[in-house]
Design a protein around this ligand. Structure first.
Ligand code: SF4
Length: 335
């Protein structure tokens, strides 16, 4: 019999249908999947005891307590240390993957000197050489002050007769103004939220990733038992903080100074109501609460994504804190 195109197509179609219905290809696929999971090329982590180590997150000034779960090959998991005061059993999302950052493809692996990539050791030696050669004072820019490494920056700069220049974080903007007015070093003052009866946020995102991860949410959730602190938000955004606050006052954008002046008794309530868009009754009530629910405190700084409140407004907030007798305490300095 002559084999033509018709027969060939029939044969190919029959083979395809027969192969799909036969268990052979599926069994082969299954076996090869199992086999490749166990062959000698598969990396096998060394077996050993699982231990836990405790430390502090160094990514920001909050220094939350971290528990690292370690195997013989290194850290394989990160969790919050529930007993630690900072963080209080919560961490930022990024920290849960911190142990994998060492393998991140975009991780910085080299330093740059004169536009060329060099080893870190070379860059350090070059920096030391230039400092020696110039005989000049060194200034180090620390964009995220308050971390453990910040203390090292401070030590190096002081050893060179220089200084560390820092950028104020959103949490520190109001504190910086108070420190300037009080004539104390940056980082000396801190907020004693745990003993406050009322906290007034002037646009500060207190209930929205502000400060250490667990601190504000812990305070907020405890109010049902202790009745304090009372959170009051006064700002121009219907933010998460505004939504979670016990009381939210939505102002006209840019009218924060008028609000603070009225609360300090330096501007007539009616005039402030006109500027801020709030009712005179709500302004009077807030001014009264600030004085009656002691200790109260006022936090400025503005939204995280903004450049903050004007300097004059921050100064007015600092003066208002003094007027209402806000309690402050010294922040323990890192070693
Ligand atoms: S707030 Fe987040 S980044 Fe800062 S120390 Fe705590 S876990 Fe780390």
């Amino acid at each position: 019999m002559a084999i033509g195109r018709r027969e060939l197509l029939g044969l190919a179609g029959g083979a395809a249908v027969g192969g799909a219905l036969s268990p052979v290809p599926w069994k082969l696929l299954d076996d090869s999947a199992i086999w490749t999971q166990n062959w000698s090329w598969t990396p096998t982590p060394a077996r050993g005891p699982v231990t836990e180590r405790f430390g502090l997150c160094t990514l920001c000034a909050a220094g939350c307590g971290v528990k690292a779960r370690c195997g013989s090959a290194g850290v394989f998991g990160v969790a919050p240390a529930a007993e630690h005061a900072a963080g209080g059993g919560a961490l930022c999302p990024v920290v849960y993957g911190a142990h994998q950052l060492a393998y991140h493809p975009r991780r910085l692996r080299t330093a740059i000197v004169n536009g060329h990539a060099v080893e870190t050791k070379e860059a350090i030696a070059e920096a030391a050489r230039r400092l020696e050669a110039a005989g000049a004072k060194a200034a180090i820019l620390d964009e995220r002050p308050g971390r453990i490494v910040s203390a090292l920056y401070d030590r190096i700069a002081r050893a060179r007769g220089g200084m560390v220049v820092t950028l104020a974080q959103v949490e520190d903007r109001s504190l910086r103004t108070m420190e300037e007015l009080a004539g104390v070093d940056p980082g000396t003052l801190g907020y004693d939220f745990e003993h406050a009866a009322l906290i007034l946020s002037i646009g500060a995102p207190l209930l929205d990733s502000w400060g250490s991860t667990g601190r504000m949410s812990r305070l907020w959730s405890r109010r049902a038992e202790t009745g304090k602190p009372v959170f009051v938000y006064a700002g121009s955004h219907w933010s998460r903080t505004a939504q979670l606050a016990d009381r939210a006052l939505i102002l006209r954008p840019g009218s924060e100074a008028a609000l603070v002046a009225a609360l300090a008794g330096k501007l007539a309530i009616e005039a402030a109501a006109e500027i801020t868009g709030l009712s005179p009754a709500s302004l009077s009530d807030l001014a009264l609460r600030l004085r009656e629910q002691s200790p109260a405190m006022v936090v400025g700084g503005g939204e995280a994504a903004s450049s903050g409140l004007p300097e004059t407004t921050e100064r007015m907030i600092a003066a208002l804190n003094v007027a209402i007798g806000a309690r402050r305490r010294r922040r323990p300095r890192s070693a």
